[in-house]
Ligand binder design. Structure first.
Ligand code: EPU
Length: 337
């Protein structure tokens, strides 16, 4: 286990921001992790997994632990389902593909989400009508302060929309080392309700889709809208879709007849932030190397060498204009460091 000093994190965050870590270590086993956590360090510990949901705006005067522990194991299996565990350093999409190849259903709608398995529970990753919480049984995590291992059940994770205990009371306190899912082996429960998936399947005349068909459709849709972080730095949706009151929504509808919406309950309505941002004229805009993606206004991008601060400034501009126009306060989905 080698400690590196003054290490560039450009290749360790999907935004491709070039900040430096004072100290950096890559961990490939739980044994190494225990060893690191048992030693006193004079710097703050900072956990970096796939770096797919963060915007780094400064150098980190920290001891950065990059989790690269790999492995996929079946814990239990019968005719109907499988309980499968993936280590935190597995690439999320590769794990989803592994499940699809083995005909394990439940994660297909979450295809092509960037990042590692270990960070997936933090923001309860979700796409096309499915969230991680729908199939996650538990996750294992080490407490940074004590070095002790905890098992968090699905309930203990307190999952919500792009939210969990790891973004609240447990924020920055744990390293997630593995995640366990219960997936179906037959009679898969398919979620094709999302309009774009239905359309992609209809286009290919598929009326009885397999989990592979759904994964393929999701991959096609994502590729058409979302930039590949290997080509253009980004962190997926930068903001959450806001939920507003029905009264507020009806007020807005008078002026903006075409405002899209999803009813959450009797009194609350979710509106797509991407639409709000596009209406304010930001879609496809660019300031130096920082900008707003041309196909999806919810995604901020780093074309080459933007700093985290420049991306943050763009996000502040967007927030201010969306608030002036719609009286809606956008919340960031990405962690700002
Ligand atoms: N829209 C626009 N302009 C845009 C973008 C979107 O008008 O530039 C409108 C679309 O026309 C559509 C609506 O907004 O009516 C929703 O758009 P889309 O289906 O692209 O989904 P989203 O609400 O923008 C959310 C998630 C995505 C996830 C998709 C599909 C959040 C914050 N984002 O985006 O998640 O892939 O739904 O389920 O909930 C992520 O979290 O990083 C992410 C990419």
């Amino acid at each position: 286990m080698k400690v590196e000093y003054n290490k560039s994190l450009k290749n360790y965050n999907t935004f491709g921001i070039n900040v430096k870590a004072a100290e950096f270590v890559e961990i490939t086993s739980e044994k190494q992790l225990k060893e690191v956590l048992s030693k006193p360090v004079d710097k703050e510990l900072f956990v970096l997994s796939g770096g797919s949901n963060m915007l780094l705006t400064r150098d980190l005067d920290a001891f950065v632990i990059h989790i690269a522990i790999k492995g996929i194991t079946i814990k239990e299996s019968n005719e109907d389902f499988v309980v499968i565990t993936a280590k935190g350093g597995e690439n999320w999409h590769d794990f989803v593909l592994h499940c699809i190849e083995n005909n394990f259903g439940g994660l297909e709608n979450l295809s092509l989400i960037p990042g590692y398995v270990g960070s997936a529970p933090i923001q309860n990753i979700g796409a096309y009508g499915v969230e991680l919480k729908d199939t996650m049984v538990s996750c294992e995590a080490y407490e940074l302060s004590s070095g002790k291992k905890h098992v968090f059940s699905n309930e203990e994770c307190k999952f919500g929309y792009r939210n969990s205990i790891f973004k609240n009371e447990a924020k920055g306190k744990f390293i997630i080392t593995s995640v366990t899912f219960k997936l179906s082996k037959k009679n898969h429960y398919l979620n094709t309700s999302y309009g774009a998936i239905e359309a992609a399947l209809a286009e290919q005349n598929i009326s009885n889709p397999t989990i592979q068909n759904i994964s393929d459709a999701v991959i096609k849709i994502r590729k058409s809208k979302l930039p590949d972080p290997l080509e253009i730095g980004n962190s997926g949706s930068f903001f959450k879709n806001p939920v507003i009151s029905k009264d507020h929504f009806m007020e807005l509808q008078k002026e903006f007849q075409k405002i899209p919406s999803y009813q959450i309950d009797e009194n609350s309505i979710k509106v797509p932030a991407g639409w709000l941002i596009e209406q304010c004229g930001f879609k496809g805009k660019r300031w130096g190397d920082a900008g707003v993606h041309k196909n999806q206004a919810l995604v901020l991008v780093n074309y080459d060498n933007a700093s985290g601060k420049e991306i943050l400034e763009v996000s502040e501009k967007i927030k201010a204009t969306v608030f002036d126009t719609f009286k809606i306060k956008l919340e960031t989905e990405v962690n700002i460091i």
